[in-house]
Design a protein around this ligand. Structure first.
Ligand SMILES: Cc1cc2nc3c(=O)[nH]c(=O)nc-3n(C[C@H](O)[C@H](O)[C@H](O)COP(=O)(O)O)c2cc1C
Length: 206
């Protein structure tokens, strides 16, 4: 086992602090092989029963990207209409779909053969949790490579499933934009724009 010393811990903390959800991307392409490399790191994430139920789809086809973009616009317009703070919401940039060179849709297989069903009898949602952990691992690995990742959830899962023609049953988890950020930030964009303030983790003692 390698030794993780104070210097490593300090750097790791910086990685967590600078991870960021990114919505402003440069359009330059990613180096060949980098996405595969990041997915190999993502696959180190923990998963229920070692089922590794995450499923990734790179979206390059312009028509499919356009369908996702259109659905984001429709869902975002609906969200705006429901907002109490509509003026502020309208100023937020909530996806980097137009500029990010890499689009990655993430799904969970709700009933993977791998893992023999271990651990998910009572909590079937653990396959989705596992996919989320893979995304978080990918997020940090991407930042460590100087890349930004932006998670887009303002989408209709049924539309995403149809637009990407994925195998039946796959559950949509998130749509990720990946690319080089136009700027670095040590605070969330939603904090900087006055939407929300980060808080310490809630802790109850029993
Ligand atoms: C499950 C999930 C869904 C998210 N969906 C969106 C989204 O649709 N659009 C967006 O701009 N950010 C989205 N985010 C990013 C959050 O807004 C962001 O993580 C939060 O504001 C904290 O900022 P930070 O990630 O830079 O620390 C999502 C994050 C998560 C974990």
């Amino acid at each position: 086992m390698p030794e993780f010393d104070d210097a490593f811990r300090a750097t790791l903390l910086q990685l967590f602090q600078w991870r960021r959800d990114v919505r402003h991307f440069r359009t330059d392409a990613l180096p060949p092989g980098l996405v595969r490399q990041l997915l190999d790191v993502a696959a180190l994430a923990p998963s229920v029963g070692l089922s590794q139920p995450w499923r990734f789809v790179t979206v390059d086809d312009p028509a499919r990207r356009a369908a996702i973009r259109q659905n984001f616009s429709a869902c975002n317009a609906e969200a705006l209409a429901r907002q109490d703070r509509a003026a502020l919401y309208a100023r937020l940039k909530l996806a980097g779909l137009d500029d990010a060179p890499c689009h990655l849709a993430v799904f969970a297989d709700p009933d993977p053969q791998q893992g023999g069903g271990l651990g998910r009898d009572t909590m079937p949602e653990t396959t989705a949790y596992s996919a989320v952990l893979a995304i978080h691992t990918l997020w940090l690995a991407a930042r460590a490579q100087g890349l930004g990742l932006g998670w887009v959830s303002i989408l209709d899962p049924a539309v995403v499933v149809a637009a990407l023609d994925v195998p039946a049953g796959w559950m949509f988890i998130g749509y990720l934009c990946l690319g080089y950020p136009t700027a670095a930030a040590d605070r969330p964009e939603l904090e900087r724009l006055g939407w929300e303030t980060p808080q310490p983790a809630t802790l109850l003692q029993r």
